[in-house]
Write a protein that binds this ligand. Structure first.
Ligand SMILES: C[S@@+](CC[C@H](N)C(=O)[O-])C[C@H]1O[C@@H](n2cnc3c(N)ncnc32)[C@H](O)[C@@H]1O
Length: 277
């Protein structure tokens, strides 16, 4: 069957399943099933795919039809200009988290305290810490990443190897297995209130990476109540939060910290909290 016909059929199937990005997704799946580049597919609509490739594509489309995220089907996601391996054991990195990485890099590159130690708590696929380690230009810095999920750490280790960065990975419930002080502590912990989302794609992601009790605040509040003991003088904490909880979380941080700011994301929402020591 020709590329143009396969593209149309796949798009129609995905549209009828209510997938809003049906055409883009059909193209991505066609690229993946055929191993041909986007440019080739565009330039050769008449090109015939083999029966095996057609069969592969129909299996991928069947998965997408059930709203399985594209990133899990292809096993990859781009974040901060880098390619990350993904499995359903890890959250799919979100675009707003790229701004969190930028804020971390700003601190590491402008701080007068010569930061040398960075800790990422709840590292998932390793997207944050690997993006920082790759871009911060601090050749002597030491990078640590932790997650409560052993399976997530397996994915993160593979990503660190692929990007040739040295990260020390630790399986830990928040700071339980962490020792020492860090110049930068970054975290994007679960913050979605339970029952707060009916998105069909989110149901495919690890629920322990997304949801938190107490209106989405519990894990971050626990993090904030322990963080003080692990932050070096002149250090910074940068965390991503649910915009609806930013003010209340910033208020709860006042128990241990004085210098607390709420920072906005690109859509003007209160998305990050920055704490300076
Ligand atoms: C929202 S995901 C973020 C993943 C990744 N850092 C990112 O930004 O895409 C939250 C991560 O925190 C981990 N996590 C959840 N509870 C945790 C806890 N108590 N201690 C450490 N990690 C935790 C989850 O396993 C998950 O990988």
């Amino acid at each position: 069957m020709s590329i143009s016909k396969l593209l149309k059929n796949s798009t129609d199937i995905l549209k009828s399943a209510g997938i809003l990005s049906a055409e883009i997704d059909a193209r991505i799946l066609l690229e993946f099933a055929s191993g041909k580049s986007r440019e080739f597919l565009l330039a050769h609509p008449e090109y015939e795919l083999s029966d095996i490739e057609v069969d592969d594509l129909s299996k991928l489309v069947a998965r997408r039809k059930l709203h399985e995220p594209i990133a899990y089907i292809t096993g990859h996601k781009e974040f901060f200009g880098l390619d990350f391996l993904l499995t359903p054991d890890v959250l799919i990195p979100r675009p707003e988290t790229e701004l969190l990485v930028e804020k971390c890099l700003d601190f590491l590159q402008t701080s007068n305290h010569k930061p040398q130690t960075v800790l990422d708590i709840g590292s998932g696929s390793g997207n944050i810490i690997i993006s920082i380690a790759t871009n911060c230009n601090l050749p002597t810095a030491i990078f640590f990443a932790s997650d409560v999920s052993k399976k997530a750490l397996i994915v993160a280790r593979k990503n660190a190897n692929n990007h040739q960065v040295k990260i020390e990975f630790i399986q830990s419930n928040l700071f339980e297995k962490i020792s020492g002080k860090f110049d930068l502590i970054v975290a994007n912990l679960p913050y979605v209130p339970i029952d707060g989302s009916s998105d069909r794609e989110i149901k495919h992601e690890p629920q322990t990476a997304i949801f938190a009790d107490n209106n989405g605040e519990m894990i971050i509040k626990n993090f904030l109540s322990e963080a003080k003991n692990f932050l070096a003088d002149g250090g910074q904490i940068l965390i991503e939060v649910d915009p609806r909880n930013a003010k209340s979380l910033a208020r709860s941080a006042t128990k241990d910290f004085e210098n607390i700011e709420i920072l906005k994301d690109y859509s003007g929402k209160n998305r990050f909290i920055r704490i300076s020591n």
